[in-house]
Design a protein around this ligand. Structure first.
Ligand SMILES: NC(=O)c1ccc[n+]([C@@H]2O[C@H](COP(=O)([O-])OP(=O)(O)OC[C@H]3O[C@@H](n4cnc5c(N)ncnc54)[C@H](OP(=O)(O)O)[C@@H]3O)[C@@H](O)[C@H]2O)c1
Length: 207
């Protein structure tokens, strides 16, 4: 089992936290609003604790469940408190019209977070292609990208504890394309699929 810290107290923190507790993991919540962190920890139960904003997280895996424009500043603010941690960026940096990414260059929030993360920390992009309601009700595949094989193995162990299938898509530069997959998923919800109760996955065909 894994020890995780959720930085953020919103919808995705609640959805991932609920699965994490059910999967027998040790969970800590940190929020810039301590009252929200306390409320979420209480709602998650299972011995979930809260930590002080900006302090060293108790979890070995730190999930930044923040709006995309908060991720890099918060990783920078935590600074050395994240040394040695596996930082999981779940964000979707969509533009205002949901038909492009907020950053125009071929980068990603995860790659930018890695630039400000302390030495010894590893950033993994994961979970961003999965709608919260699917996490609550389904068993989607979890795509992940990162440069550290050990960090991805740690995240894969955590994902498997949730009853989900981790799928490695490559190095951290692939996080840009996972963010693009997030856009594709929204496009499918609005057009081809026509609802939000699905996730992108992998079908394998033999022969
Ligand atoms: N919802 C989904 O279906 C879904 C699916 C895949 C990926 N994602 C991604 O997951 C992330 C979280 O989404 P969500 O639905 O959980 O959003 P949410 O419910 O709005 O929660 C956002 C959280 O981020 C915190 N936050 C925002 N800006 C911050 C900043 N600058 N500094 C510190 N904390 C900040 C908020 O704190 P306060 O409450 O104090 O404002 C809140 O705890 C987003 O990046 C989103 O793109 C969401």
């Amino acid at each position: 089992m894994s020890s995780i810290t959720l930085i953020g107290t919103g919808n995705m923190a609640r959805a991932i936290g609920t699965l994490a507790v059910a999967g027998g993991n040790t969970v800590e919540v940190m929020g810039r609003d301590q009252a929200k962190a306390d409320d979420l920890a209480k709602a998650l139960g299972g011995g979930t604790t809260t930590g002080e904003w900006g302090a060293v997280p108790a979890g070995d895996i730190v999930i930044t469940a923040l709006l995309y424009d908060g991720v890099v500043p918060v990783v920078a603010q935590y600074g050395d408190a994240l040394a040695g941690k596996v930082i999981v960026d779940i964000s979707n940096p969509f533009n205002a019209t949901f038909d492009g990414l907020a950053h125009s260059e071929e980068t990603s929030v995860a790659q930018e977070a890695a630039k400000v993360a302390p030495a010894g920390a590893s950033v993994v992009k994961a979970f961003n292609t999965i709608f919260r309601n699917v996490l609550e009700n389904g068993r989607p595949n979890v795509f992940m990208a990162g440069d550290s094989g050990q960090a991805k193995a740690d995240v894969a162990t955590f994902v498997e504890s949730l009853g989900l299938r981790p799928l490695d898509v490559g190095g951290l530069k692939m996080a840009h394309w996972l963010e693009g997959m997030g856009l594709v998923t929204v496009g499918l919800a609005q057009e081809g699929v026509g609802h939000w109760d699905f996730a992108l996955g992998v079908d394998e065909f033999a022969g």
